[in-house]
Design a protein around this ligand. Structure first.
Ligand code: FES
Length: 148
């Protein structure tokens, strides 16, 4: 390490040190912005909690169709709790209904069937029904409708 003996040398050293830190800070910020440009953060998902009432609104073993903000859903209450699914069949979008005797969702268009967990079990539907989160707060049930 160099020993600085005079004021001019000290000032020059401090000036260069400040410029060096400034340059490093600027380069770091530029690198960070460039990295954010290359790898943009994913668009945050927005949720809207829609009140659907108390559990008694959905009798045990039943699925009640509802229209929440344009989303046609089916709220099912079983021994395992309350769940909500989109009524849109994952084949061509017909509206499914609940068959209590079979304990399945049934699509009238091409006889697609889904189990009580929304899993596609028969017919042409290629994937399970879309599922919405149900939250119980203060004795009330809310369905989280995802807005994408
Ligand atoms: S639209 Fe539901 S099975 Fe085809």
């Amino acid at each position: 390490m160099a020993i600085i003996h005079d004021d001019a040398g000290r000032r020059r050293f401090l000036s260069q040190a400040v410029m060096g830190f400034g340059l490093l800070f600027g380069m770091g910020t530029l690198a960070l912005r460039f990295a954010q440009f290359l790898v943009p953060s994913p668009k945050p998902r927005r949720y809207e909690a829609v009140l659907i009432g108390t559990e008694s609104k959905v009798p045990l073993g039943e699925a009640v169709p509802m229209d929440l903000g344009g989303h046609k859903i089916m709220v099912l209450r079983s021994d395992e709790g309350v769940v909500a699914f989109s009524r849109r069949c994952t084949d061509l979008g017909c509206l499914v209904s609940w068959n209590k005797e079979q304990g399945e969702f049934v699509c009238p268009c091409h006889q697609g069937r889904f189990d009580k967990n929304g899993k596609n079990i028969a017919g042409p539907p290629p994937r399970p029904l879309d599922r919405f989160d149900v939250v119980k707060r203060g004795g009330q049930l809310y369905v989280n409708i995802q807005n994408v």
